[in-house]
Design a protein. Structure first.
Length: 91
């Protein structure tokens, strides 16, 4: 009997989680003393309301437009937030 293989969606989710963790680790390591002056608010995606998710996406657009985040980071986080938002709206 052959073993069951993981689905491509599961592998993609795992890669996404690993990439997100790596990016988060790099952001923490790259933080310089100059960056500590800015206001950083931890965003809890699981406890956020639909309105908060929309506000977070709008804030990310502003950060990207201002050059504060890269396109890769913007695109990754936006797609995760959009997936959460879609799941919430379908409930």
């Amino acid at each position: 009997m052959a073993t069951r293989r993981t689905t491509s969606n599961k592998r993609e989710r795992e890669r996404s989680k690993q990439a997100k963790a790596t990016a988060k680790r790099e952001r923490r390591q790259d933080k310089s003393p100059d960056d500590e002056g800015g206001e950083v608010v931890e965003f809890d995606e699981n406890a956020a309301t639909t309105e908060e998710l929309i506000e977070r996406i709008a804030a990310m657009h502003e950060q990207y437009d201002d050059g504060q985040i890269t396109f890769e980071a913007f695109d990754e986080e936006k797609s995760e937030l959009m997936a959460l938002l879609t799941a919430r709206l379908s409930e």
